[in-house]
Design a protein around this ligand. Structure first.
Ligand SMILES: Cc1cc2nc3c(=O)[nH]c(=O)nc-3n(C[C@H](O)[C@H](O)[C@H](O)COP(=O)(O)O)c2cc1C
Length: 220
């Protein structure tokens, strides 16, 4: 079946996109306003943009009346953030921070979440998250320009904080240990450590790629 987006509502399109572009990592965003009032909220429209300069993208939806979420408002007042990755143990707490707390209530205070000072930015760092990125905002772009439905945030990573237990003696990541929560469609979640995870080496050449898929062919 072809779903023609031109004749669909955003509410109809959302479950098809969010249920198929999966799994999506979760950015647990710590921000603050210009007076230091904290905010913590999860966002799964989140990706790596480039490693040079190291840049992340987070898309923060607008409310149905077009107003901005607290995270977007804060990023305009203090263009600094901490992006945390979420372990399965933190699922309940992360989910609780997505509730509709009013602007003057910090999720960190209301839910008694333990934090510590970040090293390069003003928003605090959630202590229990084993990996976080301290970032500065490069741009916050309402999208689409007319009648925006979201704010697209590009954030440059200033430093990466990784718990020592996930690094070997050469400071390389222990890929089989890192376990982060990801969003699927509906109320479903996944996480990165699965028993059927596998490794796949890149083909060494175009010829090797063809031979691996079409062993009987005889490429010129
Ligand atoms: C796992 C998860 C992922 C979410 N992803 C997004 C997202 O990508 N974009 C978005 O606007 N809201 C997303 N939300 C909803 C926000 O977290 C929620 O609206 C939150 O209240 C926003 O907080 P704020 O107003 O303090 O910024 C997500 C919620 C959960 C639980």
């Amino acid at each position: 079946m072809i779903f023609d987006c031109a004749v669909m509502t955003a509410a109809g399109i959302y479950p098809l996109l969010a249920g198929t572009v999966i799994p999506r990592p979760i950015a647990w965003l710590s921000t603050c306003d210009d007076k230091g009032q904290h905010n913590l909220a999860p966002f799964s429209f989140f990706q790596l943009v480039t490693d040079n300069p190291p840049t992340l993208m987070i898309s923060i939806n607008r409310h149905s009346d077009g107003s901005q979420k607290d995270s977007s408002l804060n990023l305009q007042l203090c263009p600094e953030l901490v992006v945390h990755l979420v372990t399965p143990e933190l699922a309940g707490l992360m989910n609780a921070t997505a509730a509709g707390f009013s602007k003057d209530v910090s999720e960190i205070t209301a839910l008694q979440i333990q934090t510590k000072a970040a090293t390069k930015v003003r928003p605090p760092r959630v202590t229990a998250s084993p990996v976080c990125f301290e970032c500065k905002v490069v741009s916050l772009t309402p999208y689409p320009a007319e009648n925006p439905s979201c704010d697209i945030v590009l954030a440059e990573v200033l430093c990466i904080d990784i718990a020592d237990e996930f690094l070997d003696e050469k400071q390389k990541l222990k890929h089989t240990k890192l376990d982060f929560l990801a969003r699927l469609g509906g109320l479903w979640y996944s996480h990165s450590q699965q028993s059927d995870n596998f490794q796949l080496a890149r083909p060494v050449s175009a010829q090797a790629a063809v031979q691996s898929q079409l062993p009987d062919s005889n490429p010129a």
